[in-house]
Write a protein that binds this ligand. Structure first.
Ligand code: DGL
Length: 294
């Protein structure tokens, strides 16, 4: 049985599709309503007040579409505004990407030295460090904003010399600091996983917040009895290393994708992040988002 209503997933833009992808991989029959605020992306350089406001508008827009859970797939909103969203939204569980990623890193770092990369707002907030130190105060956390990664991914420059140089530029310092785990604290970064891993070396394990967030969503839904279908009716999810395509998951074709601006490059960016073209998009205007604030 379970609850067949969709899961609401939102992000400042299309980056949160990396989280949607992990949800489809883990729970192929779940439907998603995805909202990407493509008219106002990026959030990463905006003030905390604006990030909180936009986050609440995005969350309420999905809530009005009768979702059973809200996944804040944006690291920036999760870092700056998760408490604020939890205070304002009581109807459904709200989960962000920070806590699941922080938990995974805290339990895996033998050297107790963790690096966090993300947008300027995410790193400035110290949210990952706070979450990690609430689990183990002895862990040293080093943050580094990597603002060039998002445009590189959106330009499709995934495995290129220029990307390798940018990764070196940002991350050699982290390697010198002796970290043994590195949290990919931005929606776009899992796409750069291979190039990051080959640049920093295998001694450093990469922690993908998107993957751990999907697991956390499943864990919460199982506890509440809202996973669809219920656990005993499920088939085993595709393993990470196995060839996985979102098109193969039943929930994908029945999912909805809302954007606040139909940007000229949305198709190629979505393809890069999701590994599939979107089945169709719906436009929601910024004015409609703003109406949800009151
Ligand atoms: N989705 C954002 C994040 O994960 C990256 C893009 C932005 O700056 O809005 O932080």
């Amino acid at each position: 049985m379970g609850d067949s209503r969709p899961i609401g997933v939102f992000d400042s833009g299309l980056g949160g599709l990396t989280v949607a992808k992990e949800i489809f991989r883990l729970m192929p029959r779940e439907r998603i309503i995805y909202l990407g605020d493509t008219a106002r992306v990026p959030y990463g350089g905006k003030s905390e007040e604006t990030i909180r406001r936009f986050g609440l508008q995005d969350a309420r827009t999905l809530l009005d579409l009768d979702v059973k859970m809200l996944v804040v797939a944006c690291n920036t909103v999760s870092s700056v505004a998760i408490d604020y969203l939890e205070r304002h939204i009581k109807e459904v569980p709200v989960i962000g990407v920070v806590l699941p990623g922080a938990r995974a890193a805290a339990t895996r770092s033998a050297e107790k030295r963790v690096g966090v990369i993300g947008t300027a707002a995410t790193v400035r907030s110290g949210a990952y460090a706070k979450a990690i130190n609430s689990i183990d105060p002895g862990i040293k956390v080093y943050g580094k904003p990597c603002p060039l990664f998002v445009p590189l991914v959106e330009e499709g420059l995934i495995d290129s010399d220029i990307t390798r140089l940018v990764v070196q530029h940002y991350l050699y310092e982290m390697v010198d600091l002796g970290i043994d785990s590195l949290i990919l604290g931005c929606t776009h970064y899992p796409i750069l996983m291979e190039v990051i891993q080959s640049t920093v070396g295998n001694r450093i394990q990469l922690v993908d917040s998107a993957l751990w967030t999907a697991k956390e969503a499943q864990h919460i839904m199982r506890a509440l009895g809202t996973e669809y279908p219920a656990a005993q009716e499920q088939q085993a999810p595709a393993k990470r290393a196995e060839q996985f395509t979102v098109e193969a998951s039943e929930g994908f074709a029945a999912s909805r994708f809302l954007v606040s601006d139909v940007t000229p490059n949305f198709e190629s960016v979505a393809e890069t992040l999701l590994g599939a073209g979107l089945p169709g998009i719906e436009k929601v205007s910024v004015e409609e988002l703003e109406e949800k604030e009151a």
